[in-house]
Design a protein around this ligand. Structure first.
Ligand code: HEC
Ligand code: HEC
Length: 321
């Protein structure tokens, strides 16, 4: 817990997250092990190989381009510092809190199904199969990061996800957001939001358009993107844009077009309604802007399908004895 941290651990967190909120006494803090720790550990060498393969897929997910990934993202494009950093979607909590019910799809998900979600929405693609070598490796990497954390800890986790900030003082506007985007972000992501790609290497990922995340991705929620920006961007200078600026920039970025939500029913209003309570009330999907309805198209970006087969309902009804 926050109250039990050693000075060394506090210093480590401060170095990783300069200017960030410090852990509260009753928050659970976990500092995930590094790849050096892995080398030094006495795990079976074959297991080390699997974990290393998982990390490799996490930071260079582009190697699955055209097979599982159909945009310019790596997992680490959003999950900073190899998925280890608080306030940047640290990934280990999924290992110790799943299986659990997920409002997003209305049934109980285990860890692999969580990963299926990431590939379907954030990577605008389709996941490696359940139980496949790549899936096993990705899971092993996440499990390694959760080393030592008790299962179902039942406490608030410090910096989990992209913790919601206080509501903005002024209602966010696209116009202010655009202005601040040009000043703070366009040098890397481009005025057109398309980022920079050199050969096969994504230098700066795209923030909207065909090569970005789709309308069903978690970061398309304004509050999630605002927190992401506040603590993690501009790259290397997290914490330098104000909360209000982060809200405004998120409003602007999320008012741009991107690939269709894989849950699209063929009608944008109907899709918005179906997933309103659990998701789209936080996004700008199906909102009207300059005479156009956002998301009103059948463009799936560079992937040749709308909905991956692995996104499916489940039922778990025990048989009667
Ligand atoms: C476009 C940004 C983006 C990309 C790319 C992305 N994710 Fe995520 N991820 C998110 C967001 C947003 C959340 C939800 C965080 C929240 O609930 O606040 C999330 C949540 C997660 C979680 C659950 C964490 C928890 O606290 O339970 C895991 C695990 C995860 N992602 C793994 C991955 C993997 C593996 C990949 C690559 C295949 C990936 N993500 C790609 C944005 C992204
Ligand atoms: C110095 C270059 C740089 C600047 C300036 C910068 N970014 Fe980024 N941004 C990056 C890099 C690099 C990544 C991917 C991180 C990684 O792969 O480790 C990224 C990732 C992102 C992502 C997640 C992935 C995606 O493409 O959606 C978002 C959203 C984002 N930046 C928004 C912004 C916003 C908004 C600003 C301005 C406040 C900004 N960035 C300023 C370099 C930059």
């Amino acid at each position: 817990m926050g109250a039990d941290l050693t000075q060394e651990e506090r210093d480590y967190l401060k170095k990783m997250l300069p200017g960030f909120p410090e852990p509260k006494d009753d928050e659970f803090v976990h500092i995930p092990p590094t790849m050096e720790d892995l080398e030094a550990s006495d795990l079976n060498p074959k297991l080390k190989e699997v974990i290393k393969r998982g990390r490799d897929l996490f930071v260079n997910t582009q190697q699955l381009r055209g097979k599982n990934v159909f945009n310019n993202m790596n997992c680490s494009s959003c999950h900073m510092a190899e998925g280890r950093r608080p306030f940047a979607g640290p990934v280990w909590p999924a290992i110790v809190t799943l299986p659990d019910f997920r409002g997003k799809n209305g049934h109980v998900n285990n860890f692999e199904e969580r990963i299926v979600g990431c590939f379907s929405f954030s990577m605008n693609g389709k996941s490696p199969e359940y139980g496949s070598d790549d899936m096993v490796a990705i899971a092993a990497y996440h499990q390694w990061l959760a080393k030592g954390v008790p299962m179902y800890p039942g406490v608030k986790i410090y910096g989990r996800g992209f913790p919601k900030m206080q509501d903005p003082q002024e209602k966010p506007t696209i116009a202010r957001g655009k202005d601040k985007y040009i000043k703070n972000c366009s040098v890397c992501h481009g005025e057109d939001g398309q980022g920079v790609v050199q050969g096969d290497h994504v230098v700066f990922p795209a923030l909207w358009g065909d090569n970005s995340y789709n309308w069903g991705s978690g970061i398309v929620r304004n509050f999630t993107l605002a927190t992401f920006i506040r603590y993690n961007m501009p790259f290397g200078h997290g914490g330098s844009v104000s909360e209000q600026d982060a809200w405004d920039i998120a409003q602007f970025v999320n008012s741009q077009e991107r690939p269709q939500d894989p849950r699209y029913t063929g009608d944008v209003k109907e899709t918005q309604e179906k997933f309103f309570k659990t998701f789209h009330k936080h996004t700008q999907y199906a909102n009207e802007l300059d005479g156009k309805v956002l998301g009103n198209h059948s463009n799936t970006g560079s992937k040749p399908f709308l909905k991956p087969e692995l996104l499916r309902p489940r039922t778990f009804t025990p048989s009667k004895e």
